[in-house]
Design a protein around this ligand. Structure first.
Ligand code: ATP
Length: 198
C-alpha cells in the first residue's frame, strides 16, 4: 500500500485538505481518531488506565476524561511514561491495520505529530500543509475558541515550520484561497495515483 503521510501544525488545515482527498475517493487513516478509538469506552486500554489512575479520569458516561488524564500526567514523568508505553504500541498497531485495510489506490495517513514522532520514514511520501504561524493562531482560535495563549503553548510543543518543510516531498501553501488549495489537491492526487502504480 502506497502511503502518503499528511502533516502540519495546529490549525494549518490538515482536516480541510484530508477531506478533499477523501472527496477524490481516497481512504484516510487519521492518527487522532485511532488514538481516540484505542481508549473508547469498555476498551481494554481504558480499563487499564482506570485501574492505574483511578476513577477520576473517567467521565460519568464511561468515556475517558482527557483533561483529567492530561492533568494527571502533567509534571509526572513516570505516569506519562507508563501511559505512553501502553498507548503507543496500540495506536501504531491499529494504524497499521487500518493502512493495510485501505482499498483506494493509495492511502492518506493524517498524522499531526509525524515529524515530532519521527514517523515520516513510515510514509512513502510526505505532504506538509504549510501556513505562517500568525495565520495558524488566528484560524485555530476562530475554530476552537481556544485562547491565543493555549494555542501558543501547543505551537511551542510542536515542530517548527522549517522542521516540517525539511522532510516534505510536497507542500500545500494553505494561506491561499480554498479554491486554489483544492486544485493543488487534484494535481497531487494525479501525482500520487501515478506514483502508487510503480
Ligand atoms: P488541528 O490540528 O488544530 O486539528 P487542522 O490542521 O486539521 O487543525 P483545519 O481544521 O482543517 O486544520 O483548519 C483550521 C481552520 O482553518 C478551519 O476553521 C478551516 O475551515 C480553516 N481553513 C482551512 N483552510 C483554509 C483556507 N485555505 N482558507 C481559509 N480558511 C481555511
Amino acid at each position: 500500500m502506497f502511503v502518503v503521510g499528511l502533516t502540519g501544525g495546529i490549525g494549518s488545515g490538515k482536516s480541510t485538505v484530508a477531506a478533499e482527498f477523501q472527496r477524490q475517493g481516497i481512504d484516510v487513516v487519521d492518527a487522532d481518531l485511532v488514538a481516540r478509538d484505542v481508549v473508547a469506552p469498555n476498551s481494554q486500554a481504558l480499563q487499564q488506565i482506570q485501574y492505574y489512575f483511578g476513577d477520576s479520569v473517567i467521565l460519568t458516561d464511561g468515556s475517558l476524561d482527557r483533561a483529567a488524564l492530561r492533568a494527571a500526567v502533567f509534571n509526572n514523568e513516570q505516569q506519562r511514561r507508563w501511559l505512553n508505553q501502553l498507548l503507543h504500541p496500540l495506536i501504531s498497531q491499529e494504524m497499521q491495520v487500518q493502512l493495510k485495510a485501505a482499498s483506494s489506490p493509495y492511502v492518506l495517513w493524517v498524522v499531526p505529530l509525524l515529524v515530532e514522532n519521527k514517523l515520516y520514514q513510515q510514509a512513502d511520501r510526505v505532504l506538509v500543509i504549510d501556513l505562517p504561524v500568525e495565520q495558524q493562531k488566528l484560524r485555530a482560535a476562530s475554530r476552537d475558541r481556544q485562547s491565543i495563549a493555549q494555542i501558543e503553548q501547543v505551537l511551542a510543543s510542536q515542530a517548527s515550520r522549517q522542521q516540517r518543510l525539511a522532510v516534505a516531498d510536497d507542500v500545500i501553501d494553505n494561506s491561499r484561497p480554498l479554491s486554489e488549495v483544492k486544485s493543488d489537491v487534484s494535481t497531487l492526487h494525479q501525482r500520487y495515483l501515478k506514483l502508487s502504480q510503480h
